[in-house]
Design a protein around this ligand. Structure first.
Ligand SMILES: [Cu+2]
Length: 141
């Protein structure tokens, strides 16, 4: 029992300098959000039936998007798009218009500074179901 306490104390003592070190050296990491832009012209997020991305205003996020080809593609080889629109007027959000090639790609971006409802839409006519390729995106204050 005495030994267990000593071990606990050592762990607590060594943990303090490590925390300080970590706080001083760690870079602010963008939160990674994994998205599938699938062959059936749908965005998917694992574990979500109705995929929704929820972020905070100005939050740094990394979109890690896996794209799988549907029926059609652009001449430049893009198979899907990923553009963000403000829901109330479908105004595009500057800097949030990505073209997706087959495979995995990452985009690190800052979330909009205005809280509210947004929509992610596909910008490549990827199939007959392209019009339905959208996803909810919520920016919390
Ligand atoms: Cu599409």
């Amino acid at each position: 029992m005495g030994r267990a306490i000593r071990v606990g104390m050592v762990a607590a003592m060594t943990a303090v300098p490590w925390c300080v070190y970590w706080a001083q050296t760690a870079q602010p990491q963008a939160r990674v959000i994994e998205i599938l832009a699938d062959h059936d012209s749908r965005y998917k997020i694992q574990g979500q039936k109705q995929p929704t991305i929820i972020v905070r205003t100005g939050e740094q996020i990394t979109l890690r998007i896996t794209a799988k080809k549907a029926k059609h593609l652009n001449r430049d080889g893009s198979i899907h798009g990923f553009a963000l629109l403000r829901a109330k007027d479908r105004q595009p959000v500057p800097g949030w218009d990505f073209l997706l090639k087959p495979g995995v790609q990452e985009f690190t971006v800052a979330a909009p500074s205005e809280a509210g409802e947004y929509i992610v839409v596909c910008t490549v006519i990827c199939s007959e179901d392209h019009e339905g390729m959208s996803m909810r995106f919520v920016v919390l204050p």
